[in-house]
Design a protein around this ligand. Structure first.
Ligand code: CIR
Length: 259
């Protein structure tokens, strides 16, 4: 099953408060204008890869709402509304409900008060969906998600996210059906034994959150050594600047939902 062939995406414009979003490095001050510029470039890159991109309006009440990947999961056959694990982000789920119902016939929901799952912890592979347990995704949330995925005909497996990594996909992304781009720690976890692995060089760990869309791999422009490696493997690469948004612990997958 081709898991990187898409024709649609949803994104949300960054709100002014985006600079107050959650971040692990309090010393790196993100710049609003820079984030807006990067977001525009990101949308253009998705369009350049062949997608029709729907842009949702900004939500000032939710600084991190530009990261639409976390409150939902979408497939051609239906969508799943998640429960983001950060308290400041849980309300983003309600804001995603109407946009999903407008676009998908089937919208399933994780509902339990003690169930948490972020889309950033979900890696959709051709034969299985991997759900990483993390500070944002707990076991109950992951189990509830497995059950919803089964209803959409998808097999899922719960795995561990390496410690000190925000989301499972912070450390790994798909280059094609058989190949992942991963940090050394993720590669050493054994989760991807049986897959070909392209390693991100030491010092460029954040580059592991790349995004394969149709023929092209979107990759952070400020990771030249990773770029070299991926190009050498004969992938078509589009360099997208995410250095400002990166200060909020974001990469290439988190700013869109794709199907
Ligand atoms: C957060 O900490 O939730 C945001 N500042 C960054 C979310 C990035 N999301 C993702 O990688 N899926």
């Amino acid at each position: 099953m081709r898991v990187f062939n898409f024709d649609h995406a949803i994104v949300r414009r960054p709100c002014r408060n985006v600079v107050d979003g959650l971040r692990s490095d309090a010393t790196a001050e993100p710049d609003f204008e820079g984030i807006v510029r990067e977001h525009d470039t990101y949308v253009a890159a998705l369009e350049g890869a062949g997608l029709i991109v729907d842009v949702l309006p900004p939500l000032e009440a939710f600084p991190d709402s530009v990261f639409v990947e976390d409150p939902a999961l979408v497939f051609p056959e239906g969508a799943i509304l998640l429960r983001p694990g950060a308290p400041t982000r849980l309300g983003e789920r309600e804001e995603m409900r109407a946009p999903l119902h407008q676009r998908f016939e089937q919208v399933l929901e994780i509902e339990g008060d003690d169930e948490y799952a972020d889309g950033g912890d979900v890696l959709v592979m051709s034969d299985i969906v991997l759900i990483g347990l993390s500070k944002r995704t707990n076991r109950k949330g992951a189990q509830a998600l497995c059950e919803k995925l089964a209803r959409l005909g998808r097999k899922a497996k719960i795995v561990e996210t390496p410690k000190a990594v925000l989301h499972f996909k912070t450390a790994v992304s798909l280059l094609d059906e058989e190949t992942v781009l991963a940090t050394r720690t993720m590669a050493d976890s054994g989760i991807f034994a049986g897959y070909k692995t392209v390693l991100v060089p030491e010092g460029e760990e954040a580059a592991a959150n790349a995004l394969r869309v149709n023929r092209v791999v979107l990759l952070g422009a400020h990771f030249p050594r990773t770029m070299d490696r991926v190009v050498k493997e004969k992938y078509a690469v589009a360099a997208v600047d995410v250095s400002e948004i990166g200060k909020l612990d974001a990469g290439l997958s988190c700013m869109s939902l794709r199907w």
